[in-house]
Design a protein around this ligand. Structure first.
Ligand code: COI
Length: 364
């Protein structure tokens, strides 16, 4: 039996016409729904106080541990509206599991599947009208759900917090990249690494994203939408982008993604692509792929497509890799046919347009 989240409905919900206006063009991460889910944890009492309350600013003591030592983790999950009006989410148990892995690494308390999925359901029970309706099969609008956990104890000593708060907020979302499925340019970071062995690379914690921002700034200064990071030991192996995983399609049907070494985020979309690629007759491989293999494969035509994937990004083709003194483009391919096929397969599943034979969907 799942835990009850006490509802405390907003007394000033967004007017229907304002919400409808937002849903027509939500962008990404700019607007938020009327409520948020919340659960508190204390060392003495464990998880308690499950509630859904009006969305609004948090009251945090200036000495709260999260503000000083970054003891924080988060997730990204989407809610999709199907043609019959029902609302579903995709493989939330994978996010719940990753959230627990992240929690262990950041010395935060683990949240059960029941509380994680229960909090999404409880929030959607209040804010279901905020889930946009796709206008066509190519429309990837959704309600992006952001569960996160912060160390809220007022204490400046460096140790795991004895007080923690878990929240879920929700934001209507269109495509993450403004160009939709137009290929993105990627900046190759040589000044910065994202994660090192033994560090927090596999955890979804704010610190990893904060550490990627200087490189992301460089990317933008060079006209690129994302940054690719290499491994911190040899500066040779391709790891991931600032906020998404990478796939390389070879002309012989292999589809390669960097293997999980502890420094790469174990993406739910990454895992789903590995499965869907097999259905498409491709041969998935999780292995090391070097920046030289990227350069050579692009030049020789061995690599025919590259794409990024993530909950926010879905599947987005990579057009070129830009470095200090180079610009690597694929000499073969160019139609991104496989990225488009996989993307359609994934979206059809998520929006209920194809059979959910693996039971990947959960109704919210
Ligand atoms: C997601 O894909 O859900 C993420 O958390 C990545 C972020 C770039 C929005």
């Amino acid at each position: 039996m799942s835990t009850r989240f006490d509802p405390l409905p907003s007394t000033q919900p967004t007017a229907d016409h304002i919400r409808d206006n937002i849903l027509e063009n939500p962008g990404f991460g700019r607007y938020f729904t009327d409520h948020m889910a919340h659960v508190r944890w204390t060392l003495d009492n464990g998880w308690h106080g499950h509630e859904v309350r009006p969305y609004g600013p948090l009251t945090l003591d200036p000495a709260a541990a999260v503000l000083h030592y970054g003891q924080e983790i988060f997730e990204g999950v989407k809610a999709y509206r199907h043609a019959d009006g029902s609302v579903w989410t995709f493989r939330p148990e994978k996010n719940a599991e990753r959230f627990r892995r992240s929690a262990r690494r950041l010395a935060l308390p683990e949240l059960s599947d029941d509380d994680f999925i229960g909090s999404l359901k409880a929030l959607l029970a209040q804010d279901h009208a905020w889930v946009p309706t796709p206008s066509s099969d190519a429309d990837e609008c959704s309600l992006y759900l952001r569960p996160f956990m912060i160390a809220s104890e007022k204490f400046l000593g460096v140790r795991p917090s004895h007080e923690v708060d878990y929240y879920v907020i929700a934001s209507p979302a269109a495509a993450y990249f403004k160009g939709g499925i137009e290929p993105v340019s990627i900046w190759l970071s040589t000044n910065y690494n994202r994660a090192a062995p033994g560090g927090t690379g596999f955890a979804k914690c704010g610190g990893n994203y904060a550490a990627s921002l200087a490189a992301q700034k460089e990317a933008e200064a060079h006209g690129c939408g994302q940054v690719a990071f290499l491994d911190a030991t040899e500066n040779k192996w391709v790891e991931e982008l600032g906020g998404m995983n990478l796939f390389f399609v070879f002309k012989d049907g292999r589809i390669v993604t960097p293997k999980l070494t502890g420094t790469i985020l174990e993406g739910v979309t990454r895992d789903s692509v590995l499965t869907l690629a097999k259905d498409e007759g491709l041969t998935p491989e999780e292995r090391h792929i070097s920046i030289d293999e990227w350069r050579d494969g692009a030049a020789s035509g061995e690599i025919t497509e590259i794409f990024a994937c993530g909950t926010a990004a879905v599947i987005t083709p990579v057009g070129e890799l830009v470095g200090e003194n180079e610009r690597i483009r694929l000499t073969a391919g160019g139609d991104n046919d496989i990225a488009k096929r996989l993307r359609t397969k994934l979206l059809d599943l998520q929006y209920g347009r194809s059979e959910d034979s693996r039971s990947w969907l959960t109704r919210l």
